[in-house]
Write a protein that binds this ligand. Structure first.
Ligand code: HEM
Length: 461
């Protein structure tokens, strides 16, 4: 028997929609979160006769992403070649579906195997130390800008063996403009052939990104070199008929990985630094661990196992402020979930932020408390109540890479600097594809005293 799904009153006409839109645009996350608190962890929104379902219920999420994942595909927000991600990222891993996606996933996967990503640790450390050379005690700077540039430089070097330092600003501002364009377009009615200022901005951003990515592809093709990295793998891959990927396909994957592979990690670090500044007791405990284990050294991969609190802090930051706050799917047939029928063609939003704040699974969900992820406590978290990297076959391909990267960067920076907010400083959140600090993250750098290894205490009897 199927039940009625709760939800706010339907928006039946254009007038009501026009009233509703500014509310969504102003604070999308706040609006959806408010509905979650009012209607529960499985509700629907009906707009002009179309229903969209939103869930932050762990069992329902498990159904959508794993048990019944074969009945879902990525929805129009991804697939639409005019107003969706596909407009900019073509048929890259994030946007594609079916057999094509399966083939591409297999092709890209080896670049993320454990042995492979371990080799990326040196680059991560080198680039982080490079950044710190520019930092000065007492300086105030936009941490989100710094983290974006750092993570972008890392992903380009590790996956494509190129250093786009001179282009980093261009690429990151191009990607940010694309995200802004997409979140505006979601609410717009004007066709994309009309050259509005927004449309022109989107086209310009795409052109900038294409220039950089095609240049990297052309340089590699011209050199004919197999440098063993992901770019070489993509260029050399052959299907059963011996066909290679076209430049456009390679471009789609490269651009997809650039977007998926840096903005998310940068936001993990942004929110972690913000939360540490707001919770000095957590920051002090983290610093103590770093000091004891590393004594001022740059962390190695082997050190990470000895730094459990570092990992707990990052995981908890990703719970409180998940960089990807919502993912969505479209049902390709009628689907039964938790006693509800989701009709074919409708979209289900997996509200990751909601699951991470669902009081059913978390005590005092708004509190930042890394102890939730201690070895004793972590095992008690229900499956799919925590999913910063999604789940099922389409789970983030870069999750281990991202965790290692965030751990190394945080360990290196937090050893040397304490990052502080101004008293009373409010950091506003904005939710588009990622959850990011709306007006950047200005923080003040406080350099710590260099650590001198302590002489061992000799116990006198
Ligand atoms: C903390 C950092 C990251 C977070 C929170 C994150 C989160 C996610 C999530 C939630 C998904 C699932 C999307 C869906 O199911 O619709 C995803 C997919 C993906 N991520 Fe990440 N990601 C991170 C870092 C990375 C990195 C470093 C890379 C690559 C260098 C990457 C590449 C991808 C790709 C290619 C997909 C699509 C996978 C597929 O559908 O086969 N991500 N990510």
């Amino acid at each position: 028997m199927t039940q009625q799904i709760p939800g706010p009153p339907p928006i039946r006409n254009i007038l009501a929609l026009l009233k509703f839109l500014p509310e969504v645009r102003g604070d999308t996350l706040g609006l959806i979160d408010g509905m979650f608190h009012q209607y529960g962890d499985f509700f629907h929104i009906e707009v002009l006769g179309t229903k969209q379902y939103i869930t932050s219920n762990a069992d329902a999420i498990h159904e959508v992403l794993v048990k019944q994942s074969g009945k879902f595909i990525k929805d129009k927000d991804y697939r639409d070649t005019q107003r969706g991600l596909a407009r900019f990222f073509g048929s890259g891993l994030v946007t594609s579906n079916g057999d094509f996606w399966k083939r591409q996933r297999k092709l890209v996967a080896p670049a993320f195997h454990t042995r492979r990503i371990e080799a990326y640790a040196d680059t991560i450390n080198d680039f982080t130390l490079d950044l710190l050379k520019e930092w000065r005690d007492g300086a105030r700077m936009d941490i989100s800008e710094a983290m974006t540039a750092l993570t972008l430089r890392i992903v380009v070097k590790t996956l494509f063996n190129a250093d786009v330092r001179s282009d980093t600003a261009k690429v990151s501002s191009g990607l940010r403009q694309v995200l802004e364009y997409l979140s505006e377009m979601q609410f717009g009615f004007i066709p994309t052939w009309v050259p509005t200022p927004l449309e022109l901005k989107g086209r310009k951003a795409r052109q900038t990104l294409d220039e950089v990515v095609y240049r990297v592809i052309n340089e590699r093709r011209a050199s004919g070199e197999d440098t063993g990295d992901l770019l070489s793998m993509l260029l050399m891959a052959e299907d059963e008929d011996g066909n290679h990927m076209t430049d456009v396909q390679v471009r789609d994957e490269v651009l997809t990985l650039l977007l998926a592979g840096h903005e998310t990690t940068a936001n993990t670090l942004n929110w972690t630094f913000m939360l540490l500044a707001q919770h000095p007791e957590v920051e002090a405990k983290l610093h103590q661990e770093l000091q004891t284990v590393l004594q001022g050294r740059t962390p190695t991969l082997a050190d990470l196992k000895q730094l459990p609190y570092l990992t707990m802090v990052i995981k908890e930051a990703q719970r409180v402020l998940p960089p990807v706050w919502m993912i969505s799917r479209e049902a390709t047939e009628d689907v039964e979930i938790n006693g509800y029928t989701i009709p074919k063609g409708s979209v289900v939003g997996v509200f990751i932020y909601g699951a991470h704040h669902n009081p059913e699974y978390w005590e005092h969900p708004e509190q930042f408390n890394p102890e939730r992820f201690s070895p004793e406590n972590e095992g008690r978290i229900p499956r799919f109540a925590y999913l910063p990297f999604g789940g099922g076959p389409r789970i983030c391909i870069g999750n281990s890479f991202a965790m290692m990267e965030a751990q190394l960067i945080l360990a290196t920076i937090a050893q040397r600097y304490r990052l502080c907010l101004e008293p009373g400083q409010v950091v506003e959140k904005a939710a588009s594809i990622t959850l990011y600090p709306k007006h950047g993250l200005p923080m003040t750098l406080h350099q710590r005293q260099p650590v001198t290894p302590q002489p061992m205490e000799i116990a006198l009897s």
